[in-house]
Design a protein around this ligand. Structure first.
Ligand code: ZN
Length: 81
């Protein structure tokens, strides 16, 4: 069961609009965002999220783990046991 980030009302899934407070999840670049309305408006939180978004873009350009540890990496078969 999913709990609404605004009012903590229980819902069977994230795709539903909260019947108690009207909260609804957003989709950003194909990723479900389940922030409360207060967190969506908070400038400090927006900066925090933007910082991690920029880090993820950098990490996509320059991987921080060896290829053998990535799915489908050249030595991935060794990790399967
Ligand atoms: Zn709610």
């Amino acid at each position: 069961m999913f709990l609404c980030p605004n009012c903590r009302e229980g819902h069977p899934d994230l795709s539903m609009r909260c019947q108690l407070c009207g909260w609804c999840a957003e989709v950003n670049d194909g990723i479900l965002v389940a922030l409360s309305n207060a967190d969506r408006r908070d400038d400090f939180f927006k900066g925090y999220v933007e910082n991690y978004h920029q880090l993820s873009l950098t990490d996509m350009e320059n991987a921080i783990v060896e290829k053998s540890y990535q799915p489908g990496g050249e030595d991935a078969g060794l990790l399967r046991g």
